[in-house]
Ligand binder design. Structure first.
Ligand code: AKG
Ligand code: FE2
Length: 117
């Protein structure tokens, strides 16, 4: 059971030339972000515009080729395990619009109330 509790969502605009280097959305074991969602909002997209989401399998090395490259086509939605799946946004040649969101678990405990506000 994932224990998903709340979601944090950003409207993400990548200008031409924008990218996001390979990363995980959460540090392993931190459980602050558990499931990641991206949804693409451009009205159309062609591969020549770049901006693919590159995805690696869990544990892949820095020099491994991505397992998949997903172009941000309208209506496209991707779900990933935040702590496990390395991913990157390749350079986009045109303005790239999307939502990026993360489901979190509740981390309330004896010494902490989550959320704080
Ligand atoms: O827009 C995407 O395809 C991925 C964005 C991303 O990885 C992030 O915001 O953490
Ligand atoms: Fe990410």
């Amino acid at each position: 059971m994932l224990g998903l509790f709340e979601m944090e969502v950003c409207f993400a605009v990548y200008p031409p030339g924008g990218f996001y280097d390979r990363h995980l959305d959460s540090f392993a074991g931190a459980r602050n972000r558990v499931v990641s969602l991206v949804a693409y909002l451009n009205e159309d997209w062609e591969e020549a515009r770049g901006g693919a989401l590159a995805i690696w399998p869990e544990g892949a090395g820095e020099s491994d080729a991505p397992a998949a490259r997903i172009f941000p086509e309208p209506g496209g939605v991707v779900l990933m395990l935040s702590e496990a799946i390395p991913h990157a946004v390749e350079v986009t040649n045109e303005k790239r619009l999307g939502l990026a969101g993360w489901w979190r678990v509740n981390q309330s405990g004896m010494d902490r109330i989550d959320p704080l506000s």
